[in-house]
Design a protein around this ligand. Sequence first.
Ligand code: GSH
Length: 209
Amino acid sequence: MKAALKLYFSPLACSLASRIALYEAGADVSFSRVDPKTKLTDDGRNYASIHSLGLVPSLECEQGVLTENAAILQFVAERFPDAALAPNDAWGRTRLRQWLSFIGSELHKALFGPLLEANAADEVRRHALVKADSRLRYLSEWLDGRSHLLDGFSVADAYLFAVLNWTAVTPIDLTAWPVLRNYQVKLAKRPSIARAFAEERALYSREPQ
Ligand SMILES: N[C@@H](CCC(=O)N[C@@H](CS)C(=O)NCC(=O)O)C(=O)O
């Protein structure tokens, strides 16, 4: 029988966060891999016919195709309330949106975007790195003494985990940020994260060069 949800992803991209959330939720979901270079799905379709921008993640659900990681993460949290992936009070949900916005704009796009973009000019990379210190200090100060961004694990932690992984292939050295490194190491042991990460790392290492 066809799964209720289908996640389009590329290995170790930000879509890893959506996979983690779906595993946490115990969702009935199938996965389709998008080749970042050819933009073909693993069953040979042009991914542009699903999301014209060619960006992952996107999530096929009964209502249509949902794009944008932050929206998908909140959709999963709301659809599977028993998984407690988001606070259930108004202020907690506001804080969740605050962190999803920070991760999506300040970290994902402003900082890691240029560092991961193969064609970015050196000047653009240098400019991104100038911002790294203040963004990572802000995050480190918040996480000092905390295990999660909010009171318990939430979809924001899934997103932050996916983004912090990228430090491995950028000049950002997480060992210089012990609070962030500890946070990452602890989260990596969470079963949903360990499973999602291991599965996508295996796919990533088989990525054509
Ligand atoms: N605003 C989008 C950005 C998604 C995004 O940047 N996805 C990257 C992978 S982490 C991607 O698909 N890049 C491929 C490309 O730029 O063509 C979101 O938050 O979902």
